[in-house]
Design a protein around this ligand. Structure first.
Ligand SMILES: NC(=O)c1ccc[n+]([C@@H]2O[C@H](COP(=O)([O-])OP(=O)(O)OC[C@H]3O[C@@H](n4cnc5c(N)ncnc54)[C@H](O)[C@@H]3O)[C@@H](O)[C@H]2O)c1
Length: 175
């Protein structure tokens, strides 16, 4: 990407995003971070329990990246700072997981928890935004199941107003 940054269809400048990359110390996260720093103007809130692979970017950030990347050492399972970081971000990418094939057999429960349960705080922190996005994007469609909406509603602590949202009916294929 050129130094001119992104432009919209009218040629106007598009402001850089703040992206919360969770699992940024891992294989994909570290390469993603390097790419974002080298080829875009985006800002990264890097979240992981360790940062060896991105140490050259965050410990401390080199002068030309100052203010564009910060590392937050936290476990997404149980750290209250996570919600604040997600709220600060325009976009959240969650890559945190146990994904070593060797672990699948030797740590099966940890693997399942890591891939599904441990990420729930991320979903909860995103739920209010997802909920309003869903309502504004699909107000009267059958795109989402009742279950999807119920989960989002429960996470967002919102009451579903039947006048506003026609509860999503199962599509023909799901009946
Ligand atoms: N690497 C691949 O080829 C590949 C292919 C397809 C899908 N994926 C998926 O992409 C995602 C990332 O893969 P990867 O190869 O970068 O994995 P990785 O193991 O290299 O990185 C995962 C990172 O998440 C962090 N992490 C795990 N649990 C955490 C927690 N509770 N709190 C904070 N950080 C935590 C780990 O410290 C690690 O740095 C995974 O969901 C994986 O299944 C990977």
């Amino acid at each position: 990407m050129g130094s001119g940054g992104r432009t919209d269809l009218d040629g106007g400048a598009v402001a850089p995003l703040t992206i919360c990359v969770i699992g940024t110390g891992g294989f994909i996260g570290s390469h993603l971070c390097e790419k974002l720093m080298a080829e875009t103007q985006q800002t990264v809130l890097a979240v992981d329990v360790y940062c060896d692979k991105i140490r050259h970017l965050v410990d401390p950030p080199p002068p030309h990246l100052a203010g564009r990347i910060s590392f937050h050492r936290l476990n997404i399972k149980n750290d209250s700072r996570l919600e604040g970081l997600i709220k600060m971000a325009d976009l959240t990418i969650n890559l945190a997981a146990i994904c070593m094939p060797a672990d699948y057999n030797t740590r099966p429960l940890d693997t399942i928890y890591s891939n599904f349960i441990d990420a729930l705080p991320v979903v909860r922190a995103l739920a209010p935004r997802l909920f309003s996005m869903v309502l504004s994007t699909f107000p009267r469609t059958e795109c989402l199941s009742v279950t999807h909406l119920s989960v989002l509603r429960a996470c967002a602590g919102q009451v579903l107003d039947p006048e506003v949202v026609c509860p999503v009916r199962p599509s023909r294929g799901m009946r």
